[in-house]
Design a protein around this ligand. Structure first.
Ligand code: SF4
Length: 340
């Protein structure tokens, strides 16, 4: 190759010019230190585009063979253990470490470069309290100080809940874990990040008002849980007449809840339903077609039932929703599915 290494900044590969920072230097250092000969790269869909250039650069700088995981990757719960068997080091990008993993799995967090100040400035006018819980996702957690500073200028105290079981940083939330938000005694939350799933989760897990500030689009909004609750009520109602239920158990290490699935199975059988356990990696509609289930309960990532429901022909419920269906939980106590 005839160009200087990407890490010196003098001839940055244009294919690596993204709106986030990939810690290539750390990857190279760890490969050199461990004298790894084979290296795996795993990233979520949003980062996959950067993987070929990163693989090329790692090979250039270290001489190691690099293999990219081509399977979908949904979170830190979803480490490619098969690829891990083939390599000396596996770099899992874009998520913070979660639970037990083989030692050769290295989590490389990816930080968005977006400044949070403008979006938080806009959101400040929507906030009603003088003390607000601040939440965000891993990509923005390193800039959360900017949000606290802006709010202070408006006379608002921003507070962060402590890191917890699945959240590595104070204030961080995951689609399956809102422990940092729930630990706070506040009447209102500000969520900084993209998409509606996390702020909906905060609102449903805490029962409190949530304002969102999207630093990428520069948009702010207030979360309304009614449309989602209506959709979920409809899904439970559709599943009421079903007799055969598949209880889905994920093979992904950080989503595997076999014990919970067994409890759901017993609960369904006690309620006169025909229940069976299904163990699978990626939960997709075609995997369920030939099983003859009339409805399913997913014990995997909560997003399977709550975010992807439109993909499935049969109703797909979370475990707390199934409890509503069999009558052991009142609808008024609807619970957002979280993984401990
Ligand atoms: S279970 Fe779902 S929400 Fe939780 S970390 Fe995995 S992909 Fe993300």
């Amino acid at each position: 190759m005839d160009r200087a290494p990407l890490t010196d900044g003098s001839s940055r590969d244009p294919n690596c010019d993204f709106s986030y920072d990939l810690d290539l230097d750390r990857a190279v250092l760890l490969i050199r230190r461990s004298a790894a000969k084979r290296v795996g790269l795993q990233a979520p869909e949003g980062l996959k585009r950067a993987m070929p250039a990163m693989a090329k650069e790692i090979a250039y700088q270290t001489g190691a063979e690099v293999i990219i995981s081509g399977d979908p990757c949904y979170g830190a719960c979803d480490v490619d253990l098969k690829l891990c068997e083939e390599v000396d080091l596996l770099f899992h990008l874009g998520h913070a470490e979660l639970g037990d993993c083989p030692e050769k799995v290295i989590f490389l967090e990816v930080m968005m470069r977006e400044d949070l100040r403008e979006a938080v400035e806009k959101a400040a006018s929507l906030l009603r309290s003088k003390r607000v819980g601040i939440t965000t996702t891993i990509q923005h957690v390193h800039k959360i100080g900017q949000a606290l500073e802006v709010l202070k200028g408006h006379g608002i105290e921003g507070v962060l809940g402590p890191a917890g079981a699945r959240a590595k940083y104070p204030g961080q939330v995951l689609g399956c874990c809102y422990c940092t938000a729930k630990a706070l005694d506040v009447d209102e939350y500000l969520f900084i990040g993209t998409g509606q799933f996390h702020p909906l989760g905060i609102a449903l897990a805490t029962g409190k008002r949530v304002v969102t500030a999207d630093p990428v689009m520069g948009e702010v909004s207030e979360i309304d849980t009614d449309p989602m609750l209506r959709r979920r009520f409809k899904a439970i109602s559709r599943a009421m007449d079903a007799k055969r239920f598949a209880v889905l158990v994920s093979k992904k290490p950080g989503q595997r809840r076999l014990e919970l699935a067994r409890q759901i199975l017993k609960l369904g059988e006690a309620g006169g339903k025909e229940m069976f356990l299904v163990y699978l990696d990626n939960i997709e509609p075609d995997r369920l077609l030939n099983l003859g289930a009339e409805a399913a309960v997913s014990t995997a990532c909560p997003r399977v039932a709550l975010d992807d429901e439109a993909k499935y022909r049969i109703p797909m419920l979370t475990p707390p929703e199934f409890e509503v269906l069999v009558g052991v939980r009142p609808w008024a106590e609807y619970g957002f599915d979280e993984i401990d």
